[in-house]
Design a protein around this ligand. Sequence first.
Ligand code: BGC
Length: 825
Amino acid sequence: MGGWLLRYEGFDPAAERLREALCAVGNGRFVTRAAAPERRADAVHYPGTYAAGVFNRLTDQVAGQRVENESVVNLPDWQSLTFRIDDGEWLDLRRVAVSGYVQELDLRRGVLTRRFRMTDPAGRRTTVAQRRLVSMADPYLAVLETTVVAEDWSGRLTVRSGLDGRVENRGVPRYAGLRSRHLVPERACVPDGADGVLGLVVETSTSRTRIGLAARHRVTVDGRLAEPATAPVAVPDSAAVDLTVELAAGGRATVEKTVALCTSRDHALAEPGDAAREQVGAAGDVEQLLGRHVLAWRRLWNRCDVEIDGSPRAALVLRLHVFHLLQTLSPHSADLDVGIPARGLHGEAYRGHVFWDEVFVLPFLSMRLPEVARAALLYRWRRLPQARAAARACGRRGAMYPWQSGSTGREESQALHLNPRSGHWVPDHSHLQRHIGLAVAYNAWRYYEATADLDFLAGHGAEVIVEVATFFADLATYDRADDRYTIAGVMGPDEYHDALPGSSEPGLADNAYTNVMAAWVLARAADCLDVLPPTRRQELLDELGVGPRDLVRWEHVSRKLRLCWHDDGVLGQFRGYEQLAEFDWAGYRERYGDLSRLDRILEAEGDSTNRYRLSKQADVLMLFQLLTADEFYAVLDRLGYAHDRQTIPRTVRYHLDRTCHGSTLSRVVHAWVLARSNRRRAWDYWLQALESDVADVQGGTTGEGIHLGAMAGTVDLLTRGFTGLETRGDVLGVDPCLPEGLRRLRFRLTYRGQPDLAVTITPTTLTIGGDARTDVLPLRVRDAEHRFDPRGGVRVELHRHGSEHPEHPEHPEHPAAGVQGPPPR
Ligand code: BGC
């Protein structure tokens, strides 16, 4: 592995789906899996192309219930391309002897290459090389270039290329019992001699989105433009053509396939099929397209690259994470009405839905590509009407965001899910994760802090924050007995607890994560109103029907929400958690090995995770990622709960060892909460989180789509967690605490309209450089105030950090060794 090259050698059928997801190419508008172009979907291969925001809804009967699922749609396979020699067999790697098989993803240039040599049953040796890209410069265009070298034979080479509309959504085996055909063919046309362009138009069956594709071919033989014999091929629901040329021994044929993909959701077009034809008609040749594409990537890398010295593999995987983040969300997606899909646009897991994972993604974007972050926040703002309707439907005011969101913003969570271990369809209550709305409001406020984009806050963000605050103030019910508010009937981020044992009703009361974040959001909602220009503030309050009594209620609830403490001062996950049984970790580990899916293991045994003190993922601990120690303690003060500086360390220690990491998000959070106190363990967790996708630690899930939250979370942890980068107030704060494995860290930032701040951190120095356009900027390094002068930059010597002593969180009496809480932010 080099610094920019993800490289695989040899063809490994068992790893093919994983590689397809990890080597996918895309531009924020659409992403295409790195499937072998000559294969259709089968047990090994899964061609998939997904366009941001293109969903379709289908209905099924499952276990006697009618279920509706909205899914991101697998679009026609534009890569489809194979060849044969004379009248031989079409390319099938299983039927030829293959050597030198290499697949390389060049992250810097956004180009995927595949090369191999084969000897066919007739003994002919052929070399094949393919390059593909989805253009970051021309958002409708993609290219597949195939070069075939006849090493020791001469004869007829026939290349069959198509736009394959027979695809279905069959990428996730667990969904196999559900309907999977989302596309209705509309029109296919093969080259008519006029422009030699293939065309295909399909429509999604219920959302009625039209998708138009066009493919142009340019063939050269031995470097000279050739005029292949073309013959249309009849393939159902598809457009396909055979292109035939003669090759002499040692001869080389190259087929450039340039494809345009347009949808009726795109701007500035009338009909997607026509638009796609126009796009390929106007496109330059491959070298021109490649040149523009590489420049567009360079522009992104100039802003988004994160370089580390210390571990070459970690450095590469880190870039891979940034790469896939930018392929899912780019300046091209900023122009669309799309959210942040939890599994990228790389597969069909979670049906392309949008969860709370954006809380891990947005900080990185807000400080590099703020317009992209803003667009993702607008996706939420546009869905306020649905969120309001959802709140009203359960008798509440304000806005209740759905746990899973798709096209309209209605709740898309499934009602049942399949436990593959037992074969049972199990009720799914995950939609009770009302905390999603808190993340939406939190994100809007943090974006404002990082960008000072008052225009956004006044026009959109404040409305979201106020409506979420109104909902939570209304959701909380007052309990006279102890003068506290409770929030009941909810789930926290830990999806392995959806009810108390034996309860007939799903939902829990006083989930600490939900209540603390609700108190925080209620307080920020008041701050947010203070920041708005007075006229806008009054307009908003009038428009939303929020009056003085509501503001009093916000204040009251935010001071009186209940938290449940264990006897030893640990913050409990929810009311009743402490009464649950301890789990037999050692026994189960011995029996099952991997315990990440304890929900499935226990359900198959007729037991339930609800009975035990265990967690799928960071739940209480998530508080210490989202809030600084100071912010967290301020909420406790506000709520009137006594605490000391050991409250966080105690709570961290307790929950840390009761988490089975059934979500890839979990290790990111664990690394974060240990970043200041136990740098070695934090680094280990970070390295593990880094492996989530590249090593497919969940054993097969990455092939169904990358884990975008974990990918972005590892980058965010590095650039904010280990650096203590903080954008609160009007000062840019930095308080580095690099793990020992990290010798140097370099990245760039945009802060409040000041682009291109170049940050370099080593264990002993911090330097920040700007350019002449940068204004003088207030900067706080550790506790010292600096004026950042762009002309000279700043260089600060870093002294040993207070918590850099022997790190044993087990010894909290040693203040320097105890968990000091999360890094300031
Ligand atoms: C996690 C959620 C997450 C979702 C999508 C689930 O496994 O428990 O927290 O939002 O995956 O990534």
